[in-house]
Design a protein. Structure first.
Length: 707
């Protein structure tokens, strides 16, 4: 059986474990405390921390110091995750308060881990800009609520991501209240503008929300710089360390907006920039949160477009969003751009105005408004998914089968909708006989004609390539292209890039153009981007059904040991059958260690587990009758799938990797499969042995014990 993680995932033992770096410099000390009726544990650094900073001085971090901080924060985040996992296994409940590190002027960056009903994590941050004090108060109020009302998601919350700036602005606000007493909002704005909106960001540094790597890229811990080559400040180092360690499903960033017409709840990615299930789900949730906040008394004018609501940030035009993003890139990449490239739905909350409920501005309704924002976030973005409302009634929290806790929000579609069956892969190497292959607009020729053209012209087309070619030049032209070798006799249209249709020689299941883009991403160490490109290509050719993946994609997890892990999904009852929700899939660094063929093969392996979850307790599944966990028969099936597709992925050309795949299949799993399982898989086992024997040569000894 595969080793289980505390979050319910199972990690493939297909490589030596990669341990996170040990914590450095500080010795966290657990301290017990009590908040209300819930136990709270704090991990507080014994290192020295400074008091509130009244004046903010520039202190550019040398790159080496920044690298040391990045590694230390990464170690702390992994320590907290492991500590909470152990507590959960021991049945211990309670929150965990901890310090991620210190800001430039030694203010501690404090975070709080609140266990939820499910292991999926939501990350909440505030205090990105020190001047946005009301956003910090919303985060504090939210934290207080979560300590009384257990959230659905497990929550990691950082109320003051840049504590130096927050403390400096708080001191300015306190002095203002002392000197001026109670003042009007108009007077507050005059004094704030005269002072230049003090302590919004670090002196000498760029906007803290423009300090992220390029979309799809990971932070280099040895050289922690943003997309423009600038050192990343400690607050953002802490944020990215938490993202790496906890792999949050959604991220809530709480700000404040001086322009009241731009207050509200907004989401990224937007469908006009990156259409897909992630954009659809974040859009829906942001609008729900805005409506709930307004109903409770908060101002959300930025979400309103006449009588309708929108999750698009005010001032952005859906038709020109991509061009606007390009212009924004000149300043640096924001969290709203980078986060979605990591598979995270990002929600930006803009509270109306910066002042708090206890400051100089005399506003008797301010506390209620900030509490309303906190409540809306807790109920909508951190709470259970709602069952769609029936006729004339409001939705209610979803309940799982047999009293199970509600299933997490799935970005692939509305809660409760049936998940389509996995799309069976169709590839030219599997075409046989005279079966017609019907694409988007009808029949394009017989399989035998395709194979004939494939051999004679030495140009092999993928299914996705044929579909794209058909759309570009029409059905009749494609039929002629296939049957009469148009690749030689009739040139393609001048604007048609044939590399989009020619198979890659190293990984024949991909087009040359796609494989080149993936290799470029791998060379640049943009692993999430490479994984996204590969998954997108396999969705296009029908290998992968995106609706079966949670969030519509697979995630890169830098802390994962082994090539990959698939989390056992929750199940729901549909007409008496158990149907799996979309599955969370992660790929670790070891899946990238030998280039594209191994990554491709690892993706197929993990997706095989996704398909297995969809078939549990299904009569047509040869592996039916098992429990929800990945056991030896499922692993044998997944490794057989890798070997059967080794020519497609290109792994066949790597004898070492083929031998390793067989070793794991045979010695780690096949020998432990019961007789019924061997009987069901024996023919494939024998055929796979022949494939491996051909790849590694006759002189290599392989374990082999068929029925």
């Amino acid at each position: 059986m595969l080793p289980a993680h505390a979050d319910g995932s199972f990690e493939d033992r297909r490589a030596r474990p990669v341990r996170p770096p040990a914590p450095a410099r500080t010795n966290p000390v657990p301290v017990q405390a009590t908040v209300g009726n819930r136990a709270t544990t704090s991990l507080l650094s014994t290192g020295r921390t400074g008091g509130p900073a009244v004046r903010r001085a520039a202190d550019p971090l040398p790159l080496q110091r920044s690298a040391d901080q990045a590694k230390d924060m990464q170690a702390r985040a992994w320590l907290v995750r492991g500590f909470q996992a152990i507590r959960a296994l021991l049945g211990l409940q309670g929150d965990l308060d901890f310090v991620m590190g210190v800001d430039t002027l030694k203010q501690p960056i404090r975070a709080h881990h609140i266990p939820g009903q499910i292991a999926d994590v939501a990350l909440v941050i505030a205090g990105v800009h020190g001047s946005e004090q009301s956003g910090v108060e919303v985060a504090d109020r939210l934290l207080a609520q979560l300590r009384v009302h257990k959230p659905f998601f497990t929550v990691v919350i950082v109320p003051r991501l840049f504590p130096d700036n927050v403390a400096s602005r708080a001191a300015w606000e306190a002095k203002l209240a002392k000197d001026q007493g109670t003042i009007t909002l108009k007077k507050y704005r005059e004094l704030r503008n005269k002072a230049g909106d003090p302590h919004r960001s670090t002196t000498g540094q760029v906007d803290p929300n423009r300090q992220f790597p390029a979309p799809g890229a990971d932070l280099d811990l040895d050289k922690p710089v943003d997309a423009k080559g600038r050192p990343v400040e400690p607050g953002n180092l802490a944020l990215m360390a938490l993202i790496t360690a906890f792999s949050p499903q959604r991220l809530i960033s709480i700000h404040a907006q001086k322009d009241l017409d731009k207050a509200g709840v907004f989401s990224d990615p937007q469908a006009s920039v990156a259409p897909g299930p992630l954009a659809t789900e974040t859009d829906r949730l942001a609008i729900e949160a805005a409506k709930r906040a307004e109903a409770l008394g908060a101002r959300v004018a930025g979400n309103k477009r006449g009588t309708t609501f929108s999750s698009l940030y005010p001032g952005q035009d859906p038709k020109t969003a991509k061009e606007q993003m390009k212009r924004e890139n000149a300043k640096g990449h924001s969290l709203g751009q980078w986060g979605p490239s990591q598979g995270i739905g990002v929600f930006t909350v803009e509270v109306a105005e910066q002042y708090t409920s206890t400051g100089a501005v005399g506003d008797p309704h301010r506390a209620a408004e900030l509490e309303a924002h906190a409540t809306a976030l807790r109920e909508v973005l951190l709470g259970p998914p709602a069952v769609p409302a029936g006729p004339g009634g409001a939705g209610t929290p979803a309940q799982g089968a047999a009293g199970a806790p509600p299933a997490p929000v799935q970005r692939a579609g509305p809660p409760g909708t049936a998940v389509p069956a996995a799309v069976e892969r169709v590839h030219p190497h599997s075409w046989t006989g005279e079966r017609d292959d019907r694409l988007e607009h009808g029949t394009v020729g017989t399989a035998s004609a395709v194979r004939a053209a494939d051999r004679s012209a030495q140009v092999r087309l993928t299914v996705a390539g044929l579909t794209a070619l058909q759309r570009a030049v029409g059905n009749a032209a494609v039929a002629e292209h296939v049957a009469e070798h148009v690749a030689q006799r009739q040139p393609a249209p001048p604007d048609l890039d044939l590399t989009e249709f020619i198979e890659d020689t190293a990984s024949p299941g991909l087009t040359l153009a796609v494989a080149t883009r993936i290799r470029d991403a791998l060379t640049a160490n943009r692993r999430q981007q490479a994984l996204n490109l590969l998954v997108d290509a396999l969705v296009e050719d029908g290998t992968i059904n995106r609706a079966l993946l949670r969030g519509g994609r697979m995630r890169y997890d830098a802390g994962l040991a082994g090539e990959g892990a698939a989390t056992v999904p929750r199940f729901r009852l549909v007409e008496g059958r158990r149907v799996a929700n979309p599955t969370r899939v992660r790929l670790g660094p070891n899946a990238f260690r030998r280039g594209l063929p191994l990554l491709y093969s690892s993706v197929l392996h993990e997706y095989r587990h996704v398909e297995q979850f969809q078939r549990i307790n299904s009569a047509e599944d040869p592996l039916s009758g098992q429990n929800d966990w990945l056991e030896h028969r499922q692993e044998v099936d997944a490794y057989l799938h890798e070997i059967e597709n080794s020519r497609t992925t290109g792994m066949f050309a790597d004898p070492r990797q083929m031998r390793e795949a067989w070793r794991r299949l045979h010695f780690e799993h096949w020998i432990d499969v019961d007789r019924a399982g061997r009987r069901a898989l024996n023919d494939r086992y024998v055929a796979a042995h022949a494939i491996v024997r051909e790849a590694v040569g006759p002189d290599v000894r392989l374990g082999f014990s068929p029925l």
